[in-house]
Design a protein around this ligand. Sequence first.
Ligand SMILES: Cc1cc2nc3c(=O)[nH]c(=O)nc-3n(C[C@H](O)[C@H](O)[C@H](O)COP(=O)(O)OP(=O)(O)OC[C@H]3O[C@@H](n4cnc5c(N)ncnc54)[C@H](O)[C@@H]3O)c2cc1C
Length: 226
Amino acid sequence: MWFGRLTIPGMTFPQTDRTKLRRLPKRGHFDRETVYGILDEGFICHVGFVSGGQPVVIPTGYARLDDKLYIHGSQASRMLKTLSGGVDACVTVTIIDGLVLARSAFHHSMNYRSVVVFGRATLIEDREEKIAALLALSEHIIRGRWNDVREPTEQELRATTVLSLPLVEASAKIRTGPPLDDEEDYALPVWAGVVPLKLEAGEPIPDPRLSAEIRVPEYARNYRRF
Ligand SMILES: Cc1cc2nc3c(=O)[nH]c(=O)nc-3n(C[C@H](O)[C@H](O)[C@H](O)COP(=O)(O)OP(=O)(O)OC[C@H]3O[C@@H](n4cnc5c(N)ncnc54)[C@H](O)[C@@H]3O)c2cc1C
């Protein structure tokens, strides 16, 4: 079963004191279509929060369902225990599209698409919502996998914490295109342009304990994000 991810075109995130872009605001985007497009292509976020007075940023997997971002992990995780206490969090997602090589050191840049989300997460206690979130996480990272594998047992479900973060305060920032050099530098005899970068799956490596009759599924053989 696949739970559809609803995007409402035209609906924008309000710009708040926290999400208002200060540098190069023209690269900012607040429409849900753009923000959700980036969230749906990425699958690793960095979760920032303060734990016992100490700022911490932890990388983790995520999925989006409608207007919520889901993260999960062990019940023992400090990140999940702290966040379920209702503390302020800041979550970022970054997709790198290229290295931008300018004629001067100063104007080098990167082409990227990134999102910053602020909010407070809540613990998912409802069993059905928890399973739907776990399914969404699995499908978001590798679509088709959930149907092939053993479902979580009750004990495994209890050992897993799932949190949802409402998508109400978010911004996207995007850079595309060639380098932007100072006019006088365009005459310099230096190569300039973009080195495109993308995430690419390699050849799947079978588990050494895999039975020889089991074929590589299509979603692993031809894994791609988009
Ligand atoms: C690509 C990726 C995907 C992940 N997906 C998930 C997920 O879906 N769910 C999940 O629960 N965890 C995930 N993790 C692991 C996550 O980053 C934490 O390590 C994990 O949540 C354990 O937290 P903890 O409470 O034990 O760590 P903490 O007790 O919070 O960590 C203590 C200290 O350990 C170090 N540390 C912890 N994690 C890392 C790390 N990843 N890299 C370097 N140092 C670290 C830091 O110094 C930190 O201050 C993922 C990590 C990566 C890199």
